[in-house]
Design a protein around this ligand. Structure first.
Ligand SMILES: Cc1ncc(COP(=O)(O)O)c(C=O)c1O
Length: 375
């Protein structure tokens, strides 16, 4: 089997048959010629249904994740929403109690009686998940590591429980990508990403994707919903994401190595109360993370001695990190997460979240050391 680094280096890159170009063209057309017999022999009719550049990206993502099909959306949230829309108001779904706050708002604030009913559970505790099942539970939403506490879910174990009860498993693999965690092998039926993060990788694309392991009614409904509701990824963003995928292997492995060093530094700093990083032996689910991930990722959260004021002061003092939300790009970011998530946040007030970029780890550690020491 071809190694994922090789697949990434060539992602979306069949030679263009009209010119011989190694780099795919950006196809901007919104409409396609119908032939005299009424057919569309090349498969494209209208850009909301399909576009060659977007299709190139969708095929590349399917190949990387080992899925059978994919649809690229205009954001990660649009992709997530399309999955929930494939279920009915009478259906019940389980989501992690610390799910990405955008998904929590969508499910609890927006759907109300219009969408599936959700229960938030501690996904790290299999017994809690098992006891939350109802007769009408149709889907389990997994995010591992979770955002921003980096809790780990045993995806294989939860998938077995779900399968025995006829529920689907969806994995939000935004933080792991196919490089760090084989979601389908671990039991996922659908995989979702925000392409905005590691996949595109340069803080200049907003996008999302849904992938399926095999054909299903649910995936058909997702495709129909996208085609009718129209939240498709535009050609330029599709092209930029293909370009980003080609360097994902080197970017993410460098970022993971730096993150491990930075997490160890923080763990030993006297102003840090706790570090949330699954690569540390002290992490409560380190063993599960080790068994299902080939790298522990490049996201770290840590809680400092003190409260919101002290955390804000640290975030204000960095010089190499940039103080901004989001993650997964070349530049390292620091964020006071609770104040970004709004009044309903469950994130501790003294928590700072780091997205480790491509700078040298020595510079990043020195920057954090200065920021924590207050000079
Ligand atoms: C884990 C996770 N899922 C989904 C999303 C939503 O993606 P987007 O911002 O592309 O809509 C994010 C965004 O931060 C995320 O971190």
């Amino acid at each position: 089997m071809t190694h994922i680094y090789t697949l990434l280096a060539h992602a979306g890159g069949d030679i263009d048959q009209s010119s011989g170009a190694l780099i795919p063209p950006i196809e901007l057309a919104t409409t396609y010629e119908r032939h005299p017999d009424g057919s569309y022999p090349l498969g494209f009719k209208y850009a909301r249904d399909g576009n060659p550049t977007r299709r190139r990206l969708e095929c590349a993502l399917s190949k990387l994740e080992g899925g059978s099909d994919c649809r690229a959306f205009s954001s990660g949230m649009a992709a997530g929403n399309a999955i929930f829309q494939a279920f009915s108001p009478g259906d019940h779904v389980l989501i992690p109690d610390d799910v990405y706050h955008g998904i929590r708002h969508l499910v609890f604030d927006h759907f109300g009686l219009r969408g599936p009913v959700a229960t938030a559970v501690n996904m790290s505790d299999t017994k809690v998940v098992e006891s939350a099942f109802r007769d009408n539970t149709r889907m389990i939403w997994i995010e591992s590591p979770s955002n921003p506490i980096l809790k780990i879910t045993d995806i294989k174990m939860i998938s077995e429980i779900a399968r025995a009860r006829g529920a689907m498993v969806v994995v939000d693999a935004t933080w792991t990508t196919p490089l760090l965690q084989p979601s389908f092998d671990l039991g996922a039926d659908l995989v979702m990403y925000s392409l905005t993060k590691y996949m595109a990788g340069h803080s200049d694309v907003l996008g999302g994707a849904v992938l399926t392991r095999e054909g299903s009614d649910v995936f058909d409904r997702i495709c129909t919903y996208q085609q009718q509701a129209g939240a498709v990824l535009d050609p330029f963003s599709s092209w930029l994401t293909i370009r980003g995928l080609r360097t994902l292997g080197v970017r993410l492995s460098h970022q993971c190595a730096s993150a491990q060093e930075i997490a160890s530094f923080l763990e030993n700093h006297n102003r840090v109360r706790i570090v949330h990083y699954p690569g540390l032996k002290a992490h409560p689910e380190h063993a599960v993370a080790k068994s299902q991930m080939s790298g522990f990722g490049a996201m770290i959260s840590f809680e400092i001695e003190g409260g919101e004021r002290e955390a804000m002061q640290v975030a204000a003092r960095v010089r190499v990190f940039t103080r901004a939300t989001s993650l997964g790009a070349t530049e390292s970011l620091i964020e006071h997460r609770a104040s970004m998530e709004g009044p309903q946040t469950q994130t501790p007030a003294n928590l700072l979240r780091l997205s480790i970029g491509l700078e040298h780890s020595v510079d990043l550690i020195e920057d954090l050391d200065h920021a924590l020491d207050g000079h």
